[in-house]
Design a binder for this molecule. Structure first.
Ligand SMILES: [Zn+2]
Length: 328
Protein backbone atom coordinates (compact mmCIF):
# COMPACT_ATOMS: atom_id res chain seq x y z
CA UNK A 1 0.00 0.00 0.00
CA UNK A 2 1.07 3.55 -0.67
CA UNK A 3 1.91 5.28 2.58
CA UNK A 4 3.71 8.35 1.30
CA UNK A 5 2.27 11.72 0.61
CA UNK A 6 2.78 13.39 -2.73
CA UNK A 7 4.69 16.69 -2.75
CA UNK A 8 1.56 18.69 -3.64
CA UNK A 9 -0.17 17.42 -0.49
CA UNK A 10 2.09 19.10 2.08
CA UNK A 11 -0.20 21.93 3.12
CA UNK A 12 -3.24 19.68 2.84
CA UNK A 13 -1.54 17.30 5.26
CA UNK A 14 -0.73 20.04 7.74
CA UNK A 15 -4.34 21.12 7.85
CA UNK A 16 -5.45 17.53 8.60
CA UNK A 17 -2.71 16.38 10.96
CA UNK A 18 -2.47 19.75 12.69
CA UNK A 19 -6.06 19.76 13.94
CA UNK A 20 -6.27 20.13 17.71
CA UNK A 21 -9.10 17.62 17.74
CA UNK A 22 -9.85 15.03 15.09
CA UNK A 23 -13.34 14.91 13.61
CA UNK A 24 -15.05 11.53 13.43
CA UNK A 25 -15.62 11.65 9.68
CA UNK A 26 -13.70 13.20 6.80
CA UNK A 27 -14.69 13.34 3.18
CA UNK A 28 -11.64 13.60 0.94
CA UNK A 29 -12.91 14.65 -2.45
CA UNK A 30 -11.38 15.80 -5.70
CA UNK A 31 -10.65 14.67 -9.24
CA UNK A 32 -9.45 11.17 -9.99
CA UNK A 33 -5.71 10.83 -9.84
CA UNK A 34 -5.13 13.60 -7.30
CA UNK A 35 -3.72 11.22 -4.68
CA UNK A 36 -6.72 10.96 -2.34
CA UNK A 37 -6.09 7.29 -1.67
CA UNK A 38 -2.49 7.91 -0.62
CA UNK A 39 -3.62 10.76 1.61
CA UNK A 40 -6.27 8.58 3.25
CA UNK A 41 -3.75 5.78 3.81
CA UNK A 42 -1.23 8.12 5.38
CA UNK A 43 -3.93 9.72 7.49
CA UNK A 44 -5.10 6.29 8.65
CA UNK A 45 -1.54 5.33 9.64
CA UNK A 46 -1.24 8.61 11.54
CA UNK A 47 -4.54 8.15 13.36
CA UNK A 48 -3.65 4.59 14.37
CA UNK A 49 -0.07 5.39 15.45
CA UNK A 50 0.44 5.35 19.21
CA UNK A 51 3.12 8.02 19.31
CA UNK A 52 3.19 10.27 16.24
CA UNK A 53 6.36 12.30 15.74
CA UNK A 54 6.19 15.80 14.29
CA UNK A 55 2.69 15.20 12.95
CA UNK A 56 3.75 11.99 11.20
CA UNK A 57 3.22 8.32 12.06
CA UNK A 58 6.30 7.14 13.98
CA UNK A 59 6.82 3.99 11.94
CA UNK A 60 8.13 2.19 15.05
CA UNK A 61 5.22 1.42 17.36
CA UNK A 62 3.15 -1.77 17.29
CA UNK A 63 0.32 -0.02 15.45
CA UNK A 64 2.66 1.31 12.76
CA UNK A 65 4.19 -2.14 12.29
CA UNK A 66 0.77 -3.75 11.94
CA UNK A 67 -0.22 -1.03 9.51
CA UNK A 68 2.93 -1.52 7.43
CA UNK A 69 2.23 -5.25 7.23
CA UNK A 70 -1.34 -4.45 6.13
CA UNK A 71 -2.65 -6.43 9.09
CA UNK A 72 -3.89 -3.74 11.49
CA UNK A 73 -7.13 -5.20 12.86
CA UNK A 74 -8.65 -1.79 13.55
CA UNK A 75 -8.26 -0.49 10.02
CA UNK A 76 -11.39 -1.46 8.12
CA UNK A 77 -12.24 -0.88 4.49
CA UNK A 78 -15.59 -0.50 2.82
CA UNK A 79 -15.35 -0.97 -0.94
CA UNK A 80 -17.38 -2.45 -3.78
CA UNK A 81 -16.84 -6.18 -4.16
CA UNK A 82 -16.03 -5.55 -7.79
CA UNK A 83 -14.53 -2.42 -9.25
CA UNK A 84 -17.14 -0.17 -10.80
CA UNK A 85 -19.99 -1.85 -8.88
CA UNK A 86 -21.98 -0.52 -5.92
CA UNK A 87 -21.16 -0.99 -2.23
CA UNK A 88 -23.65 -3.55 -0.93
CA UNK A 89 -25.89 -3.02 2.09
CA UNK A 90 -24.64 -6.38 3.38
CA UNK A 91 -21.07 -5.01 3.37
CA UNK A 92 -22.20 -1.93 5.32
CA UNK A 93 -24.06 -4.05 7.90
CA UNK A 94 -21.03 -6.27 8.32
CA UNK A 95 -18.86 -3.19 8.84
CA UNK A 96 -21.28 -1.65 11.34
CA UNK A 97 -21.18 -4.90 13.31
CA UNK A 98 -17.41 -4.75 13.44
CA UNK A 99 -17.43 -1.09 14.51
CA UNK A 100 -19.55 -2.05 17.50
CA UNK A 101 -16.94 -4.53 18.74
CA UNK A 102 -14.21 -3.09 20.94
CA UNK A 103 -11.05 -2.20 19.11
CA UNK A 104 -8.52 -5.01 19.08
CA UNK A 105 -5.56 -2.79 19.80
CA UNK A 106 -7.37 -0.65 22.36
CA UNK A 107 -6.97 2.50 20.31
CA UNK A 108 -8.86 4.05 17.46
CA UNK A 109 -10.65 2.33 14.64
CA UNK A 110 -10.27 3.83 11.21
CA UNK A 111 -12.61 3.07 8.35
CA UNK A 112 -11.75 3.91 4.76
CA UNK A 113 -14.73 4.08 2.41
CA UNK A 114 -13.81 4.18 -1.27
CA UNK A 115 -15.36 5.38 -3.45
CA UNK A 116 -18.08 6.85 -1.27
CA UNK A 117 -20.32 7.46 -4.27
CA UNK A 118 -20.46 3.69 -4.82
CA UNK A 119 -22.81 3.47 -1.83
CA UNK A 120 -26.39 2.99 -2.96
CA UNK A 121 -29.05 4.98 -1.16
CA UNK A 122 -29.74 1.91 0.97
CA UNK A 123 -26.06 1.42 1.80
CA UNK A 124 -25.61 5.09 2.62
CA UNK A 125 -28.64 5.06 4.90
CA UNK A 126 -27.31 1.96 6.64
CA UNK A 127 -24.08 3.81 7.35
CA UNK A 128 -25.66 7.10 8.45
CA UNK A 129 -26.23 6.13 12.06
CA UNK A 130 -22.60 5.11 12.51
CA UNK A 131 -21.48 8.32 10.86
CA UNK A 132 -23.73 10.33 13.11
CA UNK A 133 -23.13 8.65 16.46
CA UNK A 134 -19.64 7.23 16.29
CA UNK A 135 -18.87 4.41 18.67
CA UNK A 136 -15.76 4.82 20.75
CA UNK A 137 -13.05 6.55 18.83
CA UNK A 138 -13.97 5.49 15.33
CA UNK A 139 -12.88 7.75 12.50
CA UNK A 140 -14.29 7.52 8.99
CA UNK A 141 -12.28 8.53 5.94
CA UNK A 142 -14.52 8.73 2.90
CA UNK A 143 -12.95 9.11 -0.53
CA UNK A 144 -14.96 10.53 -3.41
CA UNK A 145 -14.17 11.25 -7.05
CA UNK A 146 -17.75 12.38 -7.75
CA UNK A 147 -18.69 14.74 -4.97
CA UNK A 148 -21.95 15.77 -6.63
CA UNK A 149 -23.21 12.17 -6.60
CA UNK A 150 -23.12 11.93 -2.80
CA UNK A 151 -26.20 12.22 -0.66
CA UNK A 152 -26.41 15.53 1.24
CA UNK A 153 -26.97 13.54 4.44
CA UNK A 154 -23.54 11.93 4.00
CA UNK A 155 -21.78 15.18 3.14
CA UNK A 156 -23.28 17.03 6.08
CA UNK A 157 -21.85 14.51 8.55
CA UNK A 158 -18.28 14.85 7.34
CA UNK A 159 -15.51 17.41 7.46
CA UNK A 160 -15.08 18.19 3.76
CA UNK A 161 -11.54 18.24 2.50
CA UNK A 162 -10.97 19.03 -1.14
CA UNK A 163 -7.91 17.34 -2.70
CA UNK A 164 -6.94 19.28 -5.80
CA UNK A 165 -4.61 18.26 -8.61
CA UNK A 166 -1.20 19.91 -8.56
CA UNK A 167 -0.68 22.77 -11.01
CA UNK A 168 0.95 22.15 -14.39
CA UNK A 169 4.45 23.08 -13.25
CA UNK A 170 4.34 20.83 -10.15
CA UNK A 171 2.90 18.02 -12.24
CA UNK A 172 5.65 18.18 -14.84
CA UNK A 173 8.35 18.32 -12.17
CA UNK A 174 6.93 15.31 -10.38
CA UNK A 175 6.50 13.33 -13.59
CA UNK A 176 10.06 14.03 -14.65
CA UNK A 177 11.34 12.91 -11.25
CA UNK A 178 9.51 9.62 -11.71
CA UNK A 179 10.45 9.10 -15.35
CA UNK A 180 13.67 10.93 -16.05
CA UNK A 181 13.65 9.82 -19.70
CA UNK A 182 10.59 12.00 -20.42
CA UNK A 183 11.07 15.41 -22.00
CA UNK A 184 9.02 18.35 -20.74
CA UNK A 185 6.96 18.20 -23.93
CA UNK A 186 6.21 14.50 -23.48
CA UNK A 187 5.20 15.21 -19.89
CA UNK A 188 2.86 17.91 -21.12
CA UNK A 189 1.33 15.51 -23.64
CA UNK A 190 0.84 12.77 -21.05
CA UNK A 191 -0.69 15.22 -18.60
CA UNK A 192 -3.14 16.51 -21.19
CA UNK A 193 -4.08 12.93 -22.10
CA UNK A 194 -4.59 12.21 -18.38
CA UNK A 195 -6.80 15.27 -17.74
CA UNK A 196 -4.08 16.95 -15.71
CA UNK A 197 -3.41 14.12 -13.24
CA UNK A 198 0.30 13.31 -12.88
CA UNK A 199 -0.54 9.94 -11.30
CA UNK A 200 -2.68 8.91 -14.25
CA UNK A 201 -0.12 10.38 -16.63
CA UNK A 202 2.47 8.05 -15.12
CA UNK A 203 0.14 5.09 -15.68
CA UNK A 204 -0.35 6.16 -19.29
CA UNK A 205 3.40 6.25 -19.71
CA UNK A 206 3.51 2.60 -18.63
CA UNK A 207 0.97 1.82 -21.35
CA UNK A 208 1.76 2.48 -25.00
CA UNK A 209 -0.58 5.44 -25.38
CA UNK A 210 2.27 7.85 -26.05
CA UNK A 211 3.57 5.72 -28.90
CA UNK A 212 0.05 5.43 -30.31
CA UNK A 213 -0.40 9.17 -30.09
CA UNK A 214 2.85 9.77 -31.95
CA UNK A 215 1.89 7.34 -34.66
CA UNK A 216 -1.55 8.88 -35.11
CA UNK A 217 -0.24 12.46 -35.13
CA UNK A 218 2.43 11.62 -37.67
CA UNK A 219 -0.16 9.79 -39.78
CA UNK A 220 -2.40 12.87 -39.83
CA UNK A 221 0.54 15.00 -40.95
CA UNK A 222 1.37 12.53 -43.73
CA UNK A 223 -2.26 12.49 -44.80
CA UNK A 224 -2.32 16.26 -45.25
CA UNK A 225 0.99 16.13 -47.12
CA UNK A 226 -0.40 13.35 -49.34
CA UNK A 227 2.36 11.00 -48.22
CA UNK A 228 -0.17 8.48 -46.91
CA UNK A 229 -3.63 7.50 -48.08
CA UNK A 230 -6.70 7.06 -45.87
CA UNK A 231 -6.77 3.34 -46.62
CA UNK A 232 -3.09 2.79 -45.72
CA UNK A 233 -3.49 4.62 -42.43
CA UNK A 234 -6.75 2.85 -41.66
CA UNK A 235 -5.05 -0.52 -41.97
CA UNK A 236 -2.11 0.64 -39.84
CA UNK A 237 -4.42 1.96 -37.08
CA UNK A 238 -7.02 -0.82 -37.10
CA UNK A 239 -5.57 -2.57 -34.04
CA UNK A 240 -5.28 0.58 -31.91
CA UNK A 241 -7.88 1.41 -29.24
CA UNK A 242 -10.60 3.09 -31.30
CA UNK A 243 -11.91 5.10 -28.33
CA UNK A 244 -8.58 6.90 -28.08
CA UNK A 245 -8.48 7.72 -31.78
CA UNK A 246 -12.06 8.99 -31.79
CA UNK A 247 -11.46 11.05 -28.64
CA UNK A 248 -8.50 12.74 -30.26
CA UNK A 249 -10.20 13.43 -33.57
CA UNK A 250 -13.24 14.82 -31.75
CA UNK A 251 -10.97 17.17 -29.80
CA UNK A 252 -9.15 18.21 -32.96
CA UNK A 253 -12.40 18.91 -34.80
CA UNK A 254 -13.55 21.04 -31.90
CA UNK A 255 -10.24 22.92 -31.73
CA UNK A 256 -10.35 23.54 -35.49
CA UNK A 257 -13.83 25.01 -35.23
CA UNK A 258 -12.96 27.12 -32.24
CA UNK A 259 -9.85 28.53 -33.86
CA UNK A 260 -11.61 29.16 -37.15
CA UNK A 261 -14.23 31.23 -35.36
CA UNK A 262 -12.17 32.95 -32.64
CA UNK A 263 -8.65 33.00 -34.16
CA UNK A 264 -7.45 32.63 -30.58
CA UNK A 265 -4.28 30.55 -30.85
CA UNK A 266 -3.86 30.05 -27.11
CA UNK A 267 -6.48 27.28 -27.33
CA UNK A 268 -4.99 24.86 -29.81
CA UNK A 269 -4.58 21.84 -27.56
CA UNK A 270 -1.41 19.84 -27.30
CA UNK A 271 1.76 21.13 -28.97
CA UNK A 272 2.12 17.98 -31.10
CA UNK A 273 -0.84 19.04 -33.29
CA UNK A 274 -1.23 22.78 -32.71
CA UNK A 275 0.77 23.85 -35.78
CA UNK A 276 -1.21 21.51 -38.02
CA UNK A 277 -4.53 22.72 -36.61
CA UNK A 278 -3.50 26.34 -37.05
CA UNK A 279 -2.60 25.66 -40.68
CA UNK A 280 -5.76 23.71 -41.51
CA UNK A 281 -8.40 25.77 -39.67
CA UNK A 282 -8.48 28.84 -41.97
CA UNK A 283 -8.42 26.63 -45.08
CA UNK A 284 -11.08 24.13 -44.01
CA UNK A 285 -14.52 24.83 -45.50
CA UNK A 286 -16.89 25.45 -42.59
CA UNK A 287 -19.54 23.06 -43.92
CA UNK A 288 -16.98 20.24 -44.26
CA UNK A 289 -15.77 20.92 -40.74
CA UNK A 290 -19.27 20.87 -39.26
CA UNK A 291 -20.16 17.71 -41.16
CA UNK A 292 -16.97 16.01 -40.04
CA UNK A 293 -17.67 16.94 -36.44
CA UNK A 294 -21.21 15.56 -36.64
CA UNK A 295 -19.92 12.36 -38.20
CA UNK A 296 -17.25 12.03 -35.52
CA UNK A 297 -19.63 12.56 -32.61
CA UNK A 298 -22.10 10.06 -34.04
CA UNK A 299 -19.46 7.40 -34.67
CA UNK A 300 -17.68 8.01 -31.38
CA UNK A 301 -20.93 7.02 -29.67
CA UNK A 302 -20.96 3.79 -31.66
CA UNK A 303 -17.36 3.08 -30.71
CA UNK A 304 -18.11 3.74 -27.04
CA UNK A 305 -21.18 1.51 -27.14
CA UNK A 306 -19.02 -1.16 -28.79
CA UNK A 307 -21.27 -1.47 -31.83
CA UNK A 308 -19.52 -4.10 -33.95
CA UNK A 309 -17.90 -2.23 -36.82
CA UNK A 310 -14.93 -3.06 -38.98
CA UNK A 311 -12.20 -0.84 -37.60
CA UNK A 312 -10.36 -0.39 -40.91
CA UNK A 313 -13.52 0.68 -42.78
CA UNK A 314 -14.56 3.01 -39.98
CA UNK A 315 -11.13 4.65 -39.88
CA UNK A 316 -11.01 4.96 -43.64
CA UNK A 317 -14.38 6.76 -43.51
CA UNK A 318 -12.97 9.10 -40.90
CA UNK A 319 -9.74 9.78 -42.77
CA UNK A 320 -11.42 10.41 -46.13
CA UNK A 321 -13.49 13.13 -44.43
CA UNK A 322 -10.46 14.44 -42.57
CA UNK A 323 -8.43 14.76 -45.76
CA UNK A 324 -11.13 16.94 -47.30
CA UNK A 325 -10.63 19.54 -44.58
CA UNK A 326 -7.53 20.67 -46.47
CA UNK A 327 -8.66 21.18 -50.07
CA UNK A 328 -5.94 21.30 -52.64
ZN1 LIG B 1 3.60 4.66 15.30
Amino acid sequence: MHNNLYPWQTSLWQSLAGRSQQAHAYLLHGPKGSGKRALAEHFAAFLLCRSPVAQQPCGQCAACKLYAADTHPDLLRLEPEEEGKGILIASVRDLVGRILQTSQQGGRKVIIVEPAEAMTTGSANALLKSLEEPTGSTIFLLISHQFSFLLPTIKSRCVLQVCPLPNAQESIEWLQQQQSELSAEQCQTLLALASGSPLNAQKLFGSDVLAIREQVVSGVKQLFKQQSSPSDLAVAWAKMPQELIFDWFCQWAQLLLRYKITEDDTELGLPDMSVVLKHVAPRAPLTALLETQDWLLEHRQKVLRRVPLRADLLLEGLLVRWQMLLPR
